[in-house]
Ligand binder design. Sequence first.
Ligand code: 13P
Length: 340
Amino acid sequence: MNRSELERVARAMVVKGKGLLAADESSGTIKRRFDVIKLDSTEEHRRSYREMLFTAPGAAEFLSGVILFDETIRQKTRDGVPFPDYLAQHGVIPGIKVDAGAKPLAAFPGETITEGLDGLRERLGEYRKLGARFAKWRAVIDIEEGIPTPFAVHANAHALARYAALCQEQDIVPIVEPEVLMDGAHSIERCEEVTGEVLEEVFGQLFEHRIHLEGMVLKPNMVISGKKAANRAPPEQVAQATVRCLKRHVPPAVPGIAFLSGGQSPEEATLHLSLMNQLGALPWSLTFSYGRALQDTALKGWGGTPAGFAAGQKELAKRARLNGLATLGRYQAALESQAA
Ligand code: 13P
């Protein structure tokens, strides 16, 4: 393990003013996204969509890295430049999703365990050769009556820690992503309680697995009301509860926290991040690693047509810029109406 290299990459991933673009949708997920714009999920459509995103003028200066999917890390621009090389040439660090998805956890109805540890060492070695300098593994925790169980939280935290240890062994920075879903009607208080329990277990396992904390990035959910909750907590409360929960559970040795958007609207995700960054000095950098909140408007602007290419790129550049401002606590809703 090359600790100083891991630390350098982890710090670059969470540098102020920038964040991560999660463009690592699996085949099933990208098909659902394309369904919205009535586009077939062919390999060429997926390639040209990702090219539209990665080559968007004005976006790279606000992107520290991009998370790729196995298919995408092997694809090229129209001009024949492999995507990871293109990104690296533009100062954007290529990363790779390495989990094999959340599968039903046997004997625990309604709960999942994320798979993908078998053969992971060899896959990480290959991804590093292809240019990846960080990886992502997502554990999924749902909130329902009697769920999550402590066992499911433990099993997922254990798998996350095994993944993180293998990454660091291969000189790849692990993004550790325990996502507490915002589906359902639960309160923000319940989300804070569950997120706290999950983070406590995750950092306990990371410690036992001898993870070098300075060489990782945490990717958590925000502490937020369920989407179907009757009275959803206002943005200021989300910001305060999230930072309080993180302060209680995330060691200051971790260089940065890059949030997922999890189904928040693009504007909501940007506002929440900016408000958190206004809460005074924090021990870690707080930034974004958004999928939908960066891509939704770009996908619609593109619409799957060559004519929409530039419009999609403008939308991505706009969201990247506004989220870049949010990492500095300088976003205001009024900026939304300015030209893309
Ligand atoms: P969302 O921001 O759409 O939640 O996606 C982020 C991600 O990478 C989930 O694993």
